[in-house]
Write a protein that binds this ligand. Sequence first.
Ligand SMILES: Cc1cc2nc3c(=O)[nH]c(=O)nc-3n(C[C@H](O)[C@H](O)[C@H](O)COP(=O)(O)OP(=O)(O)OC[C@H]3O[C@@H](n4cnc5c(N)ncnc54)[C@H](O)[C@@H]3O)c2cc1C
Length: 264
Amino acid sequence: MYALKYQQPVTLPDALKSVEGDAKFLAGGQSLIQAMKLRMTSSSTLVDISKLSELKGISVSDNAVTVGAMTRHAEVALSVQIQQAIPALAKLAHGIGDPMVRNMGTLGGSLAYADPAACYPSALLALAGTVQTNERTISADNFFVNLYETCLKPGELIQSVSFQRPLQAAYIKFKHPASRLAMVGVFVARYKAEVRVGVTGCKTYAFRATQLEKLLSQKFSPDVIEGVELPWSDMLSDIHAGAQYRAALITILAARAVEQCLAS
Ligand SMILES: Cc1cc2nc3c(=O)[nH]c(=O)nc-3n(C[C@H](O)[C@H](O)[C@H](O)COP(=O)(O)OP(=O)(O)OC[C@H]3O[C@@H](n4cnc5c(N)ncnc54)[C@H](O)[C@@H]3O)c2cc1C
């Protein structure tokens, strides 16, 4: 790595002041440090946000679960509050990477990084989430913009993320065998008036499978989506899975997620 400055502010105003020029926030470092080592990105200053109390904590109300941006994946997985309110979210966090990644990686870092194969983006979309930054509240549907790109402005800090509590939900991931990131990941959430389906691993950024949502909102049963072919011309294709294969997996995993919801 190139030499760089490291800062660890303890107050939010100091953190926001420190992040100027090409400085970047450092959360769990599980994505950023690797990207810097590979020269995919660079920064002359890293601003460690792990000491900021405004970014910590989990709270649950009748309608929503709110999680601080610095909450580690392992904390989400082990939170009894989250396990009771949205068990699928705790299960998703438990399936991320390996113990080291789960003990270091954070919810805010994962969403800000917007890896096309990350798990949380599908949950944010399916659970009608909102991202609270130091400047504004951003709805899930507007958050992801492109490959590794969100609508966050330079220096904008995610403070917390809220998820709407569903009646039932399930996340199913077809894992990459080495990294355990999603080759395809589908999060299905059932609400009183609608069903939402968030998909990751298939396009340059996470999206909602609206065709499946419409069918499942009419009847919440795996049969109604059986054999549904989703358009695949804009899906990712690599040595692990072709675009058409990924598209077919979305429907299959969504049906399995519905089965899991119905069995819960
Ligand atoms: C081996 C391995 C396996 C993995 N497997 C999975 C997996 O199965 N599923 C999965 O979803 N992910 C997986 N990941 C990614 C992992 O979840 C990362 O922890 C996560 O993507 C980044 O979180 P972080 O806290 O480490 O962020 P960092 O690496 O510290 O930061 C990432 C980016 O987000 C920015 N950032 C961080 N926090 C904030 C904030 N609060 N506000 C604004 N910007 C911020 C940083 O400036 C940086 O640009 C894996 C990673 C590794 C190394």
